[in-house]
Design a protein around this ligand. Structure first.
Ligand code: BDP
Length: 712
């Protein structure tokens, strides 16, 4: 609603409006608040009209609606009421034939790419958004808004952009009862109970946010799936969501439970080679496609953490994937089959971090051509830092889909500001050497016939979607890196900060510096030098490196650090588990020797004596303790940086971040104190200068208990 100008003036005079100073975060990076006057005037003269062809499709209508909403918000008045003669032209060469005369480089852009160019037409300043398909126009519209929001003048724009990966998908670990596994931002966005009859308007805002960063698929339900998601009632609910998402270029996928043919199909087996099972999946797929003609396909977690799968019938994962792939193939669907499997073997015998590779590598070439094997970025499980999974690049005949976790299960959950973009970039730039030097993860993904990346979503029904303003940046960065896996996470952070707060360069510089240290901070105060998985049992909140009594070896943190009187870390060289042998030879060679292993992964690959000399000249124990301290210091610095930004940020979002940074600091200190108190029982060495003694005895930390930690 627009208040009459006079009323606005009166309200402002008596201090009733504070439009720039209240923000609950709902609008994410699509805030569209009025630009500074000088920038606005320039935009005004170029945006007196938005011109598109006749009878726009629902998708083009969505794009046009967003352009109006965005530009009018940024201008502070309706399009056309400003001065000037410039216009925005948006279309394909078919829908707007004048575009065909402009020699635009649309040739290699596919359906999703776009061109944005400023030029003069008939003496008037024009900004063109052109594409081969309405999907490109949708993404081009958001890109134009991004330019304006980040303060780029429209007079010299010349951008040609197309996504480098085909499937850019969120994985929601949402249960049908509304609880989100590893969700720290409220309950599920999907109100399954009221669907399909009630469609929460928020579904559209969810789709807008995703479209704005190029996400084009969403898996609605948890990988720990229940068969009920595939019943007619739930297909109808999924269809309602698919209908809302479609104009925004987002396809719906479902996680499939492997034993659905038994549980809801009345069969006595789910053996993938049984013809009745294959027929059941085919009929189920046909049924889904009748409701959702552009259904994306299935995501499958099988024979992992207690989920059923093909191995229960002595079949391979390829058999399991292919029966589903055959069912969706006639409709153009795909299967994303997760490689996150372990525990079929005794983890004492076979290092857990080797098991995905052991299971999947021998199956290279055995998967149907519409299957992607979805591989977590690390060989273990979404830790603050892991080496990249050796599987990536190791299955040249099988498209691999990278899976990263946007929600911070192991990285402080909702309240820790940890910019995940930096982690994602580190993964994407990791050199696998699988086809020689320079075969980065990004390049492995980009070179595949079907390519994709999945992110475990961090959105829920909290008012600000992600549980904190800075967590929104993780969602944003995921989308932007999915579009271009070789992009810089720092530049993405700058874009996000400008859109989310203000494009003022002084602000953006400072906030980006804070975000870029935040990832290393969490590594330092939780799991420095290659430590991993020493979090609390089950909920993964807080430190618990002492846990050793759980039934399976790999459930226990002691399995992952192996501290003893001699040293700490896991020997994954030939004298130990030999996990390094799974990597390409140039990497395996480096990792074989502690001296040539990157120090930030040292304890992942080696059991290192407490008095081992590090590159700094300090012994390992001192270095470890100082890393914990550095992590704490970095959070203190982030607090200071945030305080200095107060003049730029509305009170609501400022205060929430401020409070969360205080939580983060307390928890960083807790991590440092608990871990050092515990590891000191092995190292038997004093803490180096600069590291305070733990605030409490070890027994205090060991007694802490969190039965109601979220997300579990
Ligand atoms: C682990 C989570 C668990 C997930 C599992 C998975 O703790 O909740 O179900 O990964 O990815 O990180 O399947």
């Amino acid at each position: 609603m627009r208040l009459p100008r006079l009323l606005l003036i009166i309200c402002a005079a008596i201090g009733l409006t504070s439009p720039a100073w209240a923000d609950d975060g709902y609008d994410l990076w699509l805030r569209y608040r009025p630009l500074p006057t000088a920038v606005r005037a320039q935009l005004d003269s170029r945006a007196t009209a938005i011109v598109a062809g006749d009878r726009p499709s629902p998708m083009l209508a969505a794009a046009l609606g967003e352009l109006h909403r965005g530009l009018e918000g940024l201008l502070g008045h309706p399009i056309g009421s400003g001065e000037g003669s410039g216009a925005i032209l948006i279309g394909t060469p078919r829908s707007l034939p004048v575009l065909a005369t402009l020699n635009l480089p649309l040739g290699k852009l596919g359906g999703e790419g776009y061109v944005i160019r400023s030029l003069a037409l008939g003496g008037k300043p024009i900004t063109v958004i052109a594409a081969n398909d309405d999907r490109g126009l949708l993404y081009g519209s958001f890109a134009l808004l991004r330019l304006v929001q980040t303060g780029t003048p429209l007079d010299q724009v010349d951008i040609v952009s197309a996504p480098k990966l085909t499937l850019r998908v969120l994985n929601h670990w949402d249960n049908l009862n509304g609880h989100i596994e590893r969700g720290y931002a409220g309950d599920s966005l999907w109100d399954w109970w009221k669907l399909p009859d009630y469609e929460d308007p928020r579904y559209t805002d969810y789709a807008r946010a995703n479209a704005s960063i190029g996400i084009n698929g969403t898996v609605l339900n948890n990988v720990n799936a229940v068969a009920a998601s595939l019943t007619p009632d739930y297909i109808a609910k999924a269809k309602a969501l698919a209908d809302v998402f479609r104009p925004w270029g987002i396809k719906v996928y479902l996680s499939a439970r492997f034993t659905a043919p038994i549980e809801i199909g009345g069969l006595t087996t789910a053996d993938p080679l049984d013809p009745a099972v294959a027929a059941w999946w085919k009929a189920k797929a046909d049924e889904i496609y009748r409701s959702i003609p552009d259904f994306g396909g299935f995501l499958v977690k099988a024979n992992s953490e207690g989920q059923p799968g093909p191995q229960d019938y002595n079949r391979t994962h390829a058999d399991g994937a292919n029966v589903l792939a055959d069912a969706v193939r006639p409709h153009g669907g795909i299967v994303m089959y997760r490689a996150f499997v372990y525990a079929a073997q005794d983890s004492h015998q076979v290092d857990r971090t080797k098991q995905a590779y052991d299971n999947f590598k021998p199956l290279d070439g055995k998967f149907a051509d519409n299957v992607l094997v979805q591989v977590k970025n690390g060989p273990l499980d979404f830790q603050p830092r892991e080496p990249v999974s050796a599987l990536i690049g190791a299955m040249p005949k099988t498209p691999l889909m990278l899976e990263v976790q946007i929600t911070k299960e192991y990285l402080g959950q909702a309240t820790h500001a940890v910019y995940m973009g930096a982690l994602f970039e580190e993964v994407l730039k990791w050199d696998t050497f699988t086809k020689g030097r320079g075969t980065t993860v990004a390049k492995v993904l980009e070179s595949q016939k079907i390519s994709g990346i999945a992110g475990v979503a961090n959105s829920g029904n909290d008012r600000d979607w992600s549980g904190s303003t800075f967590n929104q940046a993780d969602w944003y960065a995921f989308g932007r890196l999915a579009w271009d896996p070789q992009a810089s996470s720092e530049r993405i952070a700058a874009e996000w900060a400008a859109m989310t707060f203000t494009p003022d360069p002084a602000f953006v510089r400072a906030v980006v510096a804070m975000m870029m240290t935040s990832r290393e901070a969490v590594v330092n105060y939780m799991t420095p030098l290659g430590l991993a998985h020493i979090m609390g049992t089950g909920h993964h909140h807080g430190p618990a490196p002492w846990v050793h009594e759980l039934a399976r070896a790999e459930w226990n943190p002691v399995y992952y650090h192996q501290a003893d009187a001699i040293g700490i870390g896991v020997d994954r060289t030939a004298s130990g588990t030999n996990a390094i042998s799974q990597y390409a030879p140039p990497i395996a060679k480096l990792l074989a020797n502690p001296k040539t292993t990157p120090e930030n992964l040292l304890l992942w690959f080696h059991h290192v004596p407490w008095d081992y000399r590090m590159k700094s000249g300090r012994i390992l124990w001192d270095e470890l303790a100082l890393h914990y301290q550095t992590g704490v210091d970095q959070v203190v610095a982030m607090q200071r940086q945030w305080q200095a930004l107060k003049p730029y940020v509305d009170e609501e979002r400022f205060a929430k971040t401020e409070a969360f940074l205080t939580i983060q600091l307390h928890e960083a200190e807790w991590w440092r104190d608990a871990c050092l108190a515990y590891f000191q029982t092995f190292s038997k060495r004093p803490l180096p200068a600069g590291v305070p003694a733990p605030a409490h005895p070890l027994s205090y930390y060991q007694a802490l208990d969190f039965p109601f930690a979220p997300g579990h």
